[in-house]
Design a protein around this ligand. Structure first.
Ligand code: PAF
Length: 316
């Protein structure tokens, strides 16, 4: 009987595009200059062999962990990774253990060929794209169970399995790639706090960097899940950022936080969302805050419009 985690057994991960395990071809990018297709690595042994020469040459390595379906936000993470280190590895793995059975693992957008093209243009050195059996082989029996920010009562309240899955896969990505630096987006703010704490607590030797959220012109935070939005839902989606901005301004002006949050949640609800939460939290610990004196404040929101659940956040 298979010993892989139940979520991994239930759902298979198959890349939609067959790609060579290694590729080093040169072609012309959109800019017209010659670009080198990154090495695509499918096994831990191939990954380690590909990174060994960089290490031997004393070159620093940055990792950008992703689940693919790349957009401008991911490319901004890659640009930051290139500023931080000599070599850049991007991982693409739709991690089954961070999805509940009721969630969108099966329909999560998979577009490996397009992602590889974007990463070639962006100038990354290697793409780490393991399959589920490589990540969770027969007999896999270890999980990382984060506490602290992972139990803040935000995403964890609505997706109780999520941070265990993220912490486990990110620990594996860190130990597989052994990067000096890893770059995450601030859009998944609770995830960023959890991963930062985990890297510190487990002495993983990785500096975790959180990059500002990239937004559409109307303020909507870029997300692979925005592809699920209908035209009507897309039109009201920027409400989240508008309310975050207005709420941050009101709190800065000294209005009571509880009242601002209550009115903000009502406004998001009136726009047609089902609101999971709109909360003001300590920016580092994610503990609840009552007044501005309680520390640096981050506003965090999660709400569902139509079939799409969106999250966003903003510093006060
Ligand atoms: O933010 C994501 O895309 C995922 O949660 C991550 C960090 C790649 C882990 O699967």
């Amino acid at each position: 009987m298979s010993k892989r985690p139940a979520a991994a057994q239930r759902r298979s991960t198959r890349p939609t595009t067959k790609i060579p395990s290694k590729s080093l071809t040169r072609s012309k990018g959109q800019s017209g200059r010659a670009v080198k297709t990154p090495k695509v690595l499918r096994t831990v042994a191939a990954l380690r062999a590909a990174l060994a020469p960089y290490r031997a040459a004393g070159q620093s390595i940055a990792l950008v962990p992703t689940m693919g379906a790349l957009h401008r936000g991911h490319i901004a993470l890659v640009a930051e990774a290139k500023r931080q280190a000599k070599r850049v590895v991007v991982s693409i793995f739709v991690n089954p253990t961070q999805f509940a059975p009721t969630e969108d693992f099966g329909s999560y957008p998979r577009q490996f060929a397009a992602d590889l093209k974007a990463l070639t243009e962006a100038g990354v050195d290697a793409v780490w794209a393991p399959t589920a059996p490589v990540m969770y082989p027969e007999g896999f029996a270890t999980r990382v169970a984060p506490e602290g920010a992972a139990l803040a009562g935000l995403e964890d309240r609505f997706r109780p399995h999520f941070f265990g899955g993220v912490a486990t896969v990110v620990t594996k990505l860190f130990t597989q790639v052994r990067p000096d630096v890893a770059v995450f987006g601030q859009k998944d703010y609770q995830q960023l706090r959890v991963v930062t704490q985990m890297a510190k607590d487990l002495d993983l030797g990785v500096k975790v960097i959180g990059l500002a959220t990239v937004r559409e012109k109307d303020g909507l935070a870029l997300s692979s899940r925005n592809a699920y939005l209908s035209a009507a839902d897309r039109a009201v989606a920027p409400t989240l950022y508008r309310v975050l901005k207005a709420s941050a301004a009101r709190i800065k002006q000294g209005e009571p936080i509880a009242m601002v949050m209550e009115e903000g949640a009502a406004e998001i609800g009136h726009a047609g969302f089902a609101v999971d939460y709109l909360e003001a939290r300590h920016a580092v610990t994610l503990a609840p805050v009552e007044s501005r004196g309680d520390g640096p404040i981050r506003l965090l929101v999660a709400a569902k419009i139509g079939k799409t659940r969106l999250i966003d956040n903003l510093a006060v």
